[in-house]
Write a protein that binds this ligand. Structure first.
Ligand code: PLP
Ligand code: COI
Length: 359
């Protein structure tokens, strides 16, 4: 299926000097570009009214289903400015596929992959001037909400799909400096049969209390344990996790109740390309503590689109804190970060054809 997007250029776009000021130090997720993509769905009619238009509020009825039963999913990907002035997207097809599996789990309408990619590309084209230079990027947030006006508990018959764009710098204030994480022992993120493997807003709402607990304990991020035995490391609130051992091998928690991260998948591929052993297997918090103390564990790092690759320097929990390799950033995390970022910005070759050039 393909839909033709009607382009309605913003009547009052941001003045060039105001945009330049906003791009200087955008932080994460607070600055937005001038346009958005929007596509609507109605049961029986399918996807229709595809538009790129001025970024504006949605008219949403107070009885709109998303406001009551949280039928909402989203994605996150970035557009990167190459040195030659062109623009790269990184694996947008993988985001489009994951969006479909999220929609399926949440009983929402399936958006065709090509419409997802077209919406993202059209928005990047029209808001190209919003892509920061240097190590910045344009964070793209495709999302879908249930918009039927009905209070019965059932899958909505109407949806709004949209993409907004936000120029970003680093997700963490300290950039790639090591982060500290808090092990959540009171709250879990996902159970088998639940929604842990999809990107629905409800997962994040449920993680906020645990994230607040992390901040209260002076940590940057929370890491969750499995919901059954409460000892296997799952993932962070918005990132997957890897462990690096002294024999050069790595472990990352297996898929199932965690989000199948595109960065996680890319890192596994890059490591395997270089002959490094990566095991997708369970790893407990007790083992982590022991391995950090014995020196068997050399590094741990978090990864995701927003955070890229962030070394973990310190782990805090109700049963005590520990540091990893003196709390310093390790060579495996930093090396992988460089390789990944170089591919994303088109500075090195792209052996897996992950890059889609918009320009
Ligand atoms: N885990 C969670 C809970 C996330 O929100 C994210 C971010 O999207 C990730 C992992 C990393 O996924 P990706 O690498 O696709 O951005
Ligand atoms: C992303 O990395 O794209 C996410 O959605 C995670 C979120 C914490 C910003």
């Amino acid at each position: 299926m393909s839909l033709k997007f009607e382009i309605r250029t913003a009547a009052n776009p941001t003045a060039e000097k105001d945009r330049a000021a906003k791009l200087e130090n955008p932080g994460f997720g607070r600055v937005f570009s001038d346009h958005m993509a929007i596509v609507r769905y109605r049961q029986g009619e399918g996807w229709h009214s595809a538009r790129i238009e001025s970024r504006a509020n949605f008219p949403l009825d107070p009885a709109g289903a998303v406001l009551h039963y949280a039928q909402e999913i989203f994605e996150g990907l970035k557009a990167y400015k190459r040195d030659d002035g062109g623009v790269n997207l990184f694996r947008p097809d993988a985001n489009a596929k994951r969006f479909q599996s999220s929609a399926e789990r949440m009983a929402m309408a399936l958006l065709p992959e090509d419409v997802f990619i077209e919406a993202v590309e059209q928005l990047v084209r029209i808001d190209r001037a919003w892509i920061p230079g240097g190590e910045g990027s344009l964070y793209l947030r495709p999302f879908m909400i249930a918009s039927e006006v009905f209070l019965g508990v059932k899958p909505s018959a109407e949806y709004i799909f949209s993409v907004i764009a936000s120029p970003v710098g680093s997700y963490f204030k300290g950039g790639p400096a090591p982060v500290s994480i808090w092990v959540s022992e009171n709250y879990t993120r996902a159970a088998i049969g639940g929604t842990g493997a999809v990107k629905c807003g409800g997962n994040y709402a449920a993680s906020l209390r645990a994230q607040a607990e992390a901040i209260d304990h002076g940590c940057d991020q929370v890491v969750f344990l499995d919901a059954v035995e409460r000892r296997y490391i799952e993932e962070l609130g918005g990132m997957n996790i890897f462990f690096v051992f002294e024999d050069g091998s790595l472990i990352t928690p297996p898929l199932g109740t965690i989000l199948p991260g595109i960065t996680r998948d890319s890192i596994i591929a890059l490591l395997r390309d270089s002959g490094t052993v990566v095991r997708e297997e369970p790893y407990t918090i007790d083992q982590w503590r022991k391995d950090a103390a014995s020196g068997r564990l050399k590094e741990a790092f978090a990864c995701g689109t927003a955070a890229v690759i962030s070394p973990i320097g310190k782990v805090c929990s109700a049963s005590g804190d520990f540091v990893i390799s003196g709390g310093a950033a390790g060579p495996v995390a930093m090396g992988l970060r460089k390789t990944l970022v170089d591919i994303q910005y088109g500075r090195t070759n792209d052996p897996h054809n992950w890059i889609r050039k918009v320009f």
